[in-house]
Design a protein around this ligand. Structure first.
Ligand code: PEP
Length: 251
C-alpha cells in the first residue's frame, strides 16, 4: 500500500502564499510525486483549492480540503459543500481535526454527516481522532477512540456505493504542535487496535496515518511502526525542505 503524506497548512498560508509555494516547487513536487510508493496530498485553505488543483493537474500530487459542511446544499452561510469540493478538484478532505472539533464545535455526529457527504461525492475522508492529555493520563484513550470512530465507521459500512478508500488519522491532541511524540510502543498498541477496529466494522480499504509533531528526525521510526501507512503533517509541511525530507525518509 502507498504511504500517504498529508500536508495540513491550516490557516498558515494565504491564497498568494499557497499559489507561490505551488509555483516555486512545482517541478520538485512532480519529482516527489513520481514514486509509486507514495501519495502526497496538500491541504490549503478553501480559496486556494481550485488554483492548486490546476497547478498540480499533470502531477501525482492531490489536493485536499481541511473541512466540509455536513449539509448537502442550502442556506448555510460560510459553509462549503462536498459537491463544491469535488468540483474544485479535491480528492481528499480532512474531517474531525482537533482544531475544528474545538473551534467549530464539530461533534461526532457532525463528522458522521460530513463523512457521508464526502463519500457521496467520491472525496476520500481523512478522519482525525485522538485523545486529550487528560484522557491519556487517565488511560481513557481506547474509550475515546471508540466513541470517535463508532458513527463514522458505521456510516462507511452502510454506504451503499463502492467507495475505494478512507483514511483514519490518529492525532493525540497533546502531540499536535507541541514537539512531543508518543512512545513508539504506545503507537504500536494504538495502531494495532485501530487496524482491528476498522477491519471489524468495514470491508472497505483504509489507510491509518499518524499526526503530531512529525519531522525529518522521527518520520522514519514512525513509518516503520506496524499498520502506520502515512503521516499527517502540520508545521513541518509549511517549508518545502522539511516536508520533502520527511517524504524522502527510508521506510
Ligand atoms: C496537525 O495539526 O494535524 C498536526 C499534525 O500538526 P503538527 O505536525 O504541527 O503537530
Amino acid at each position: 500500500m502507498k504511504k500517504l503524506f498529508v500536508a495540513n497548512w491550516k490557516m498558515q498560508k494565504t491564497f498568494d502564499a499557497s499559489r507561490a509555494f505551488a509555483c516555486t516547487y512545482l517541478e520538485n513536487f512532480k519529482l516527489l510525486g513520481q514514486s509509486e510508493h507514495r501519495q502526497i496530498v496538500l491541504c490549503p485553505s478553501f480559496p486556494a483549492l481550485s488554483n492548486l488543483n490546476q497547478s498540480f493537474k499533470e502531477t501525482n500530487i492531490k489536493v485536499g480540503a481541511q473541512t466540509v459542511s455536513r449539509h448537502n446544499k442550502g442556506a448555510y452561510t460560510g459553509q462549503v459543500s462536498a459537491q463544491s469540493l469535488a468540483e474544485a478538484g479535491c480528492a481528499y478532505c480532512i474531517i474531525g481535526h482537533s482544531e475544528t472539533r474545538k473551534y467549530q464545535h464539530e461533534s461526532n455526529i457532525d463528522i458522521e454527516h460530513k463523512c457521508k457527504e464526502l463519500l457521496k461525492h467520491n472525496v476520500t475522508p481523512i478522519i482525525c481522532v485522538g485523545e486529550s492529555r487528560k484522557n491519556f493520563e487517565q488511560q481513557q484513550t481506547f474509550e475515546i477512540l471508540e466513541e470517535q470512530l463508532a458513527l463514522v465507521l458505521q456510516a462507511i459500512a452502510d454506504h451503499n456505493h463502492d467507495i475505494e478508500h478512507f483514511v483514519i488519522a490518529y492525532e493525540p491532541l497533546w502531540a499536535i504542535g507541541t514537539g512531543v511524540v508518543p512512545e513508539y510502543t504506545y503507537l504500536e498498541q494504538i495502531f494495532t487496535w485501530l487496524y482491528k477496529e476498522c477491519t471489524k466494522h468495514t470491508q472497505t480499504s483504509f489507510s491509518l496515518i499518524y499526526g503530531g509533531s512529525v519531522d525529518a528526525t522521527n518520520a522514519q521510526d514512525i513509518l516503520n511502526i506496524a499498520h502506520i501507512n502515512g503521516l499527517l503533517i502540520g508545521g513541518a509541511s509549511l517549508d518545502f525542505d522539511s516536508f520533502s525530507a520527511i517524504i524522502n525518509t527510508d521506510y
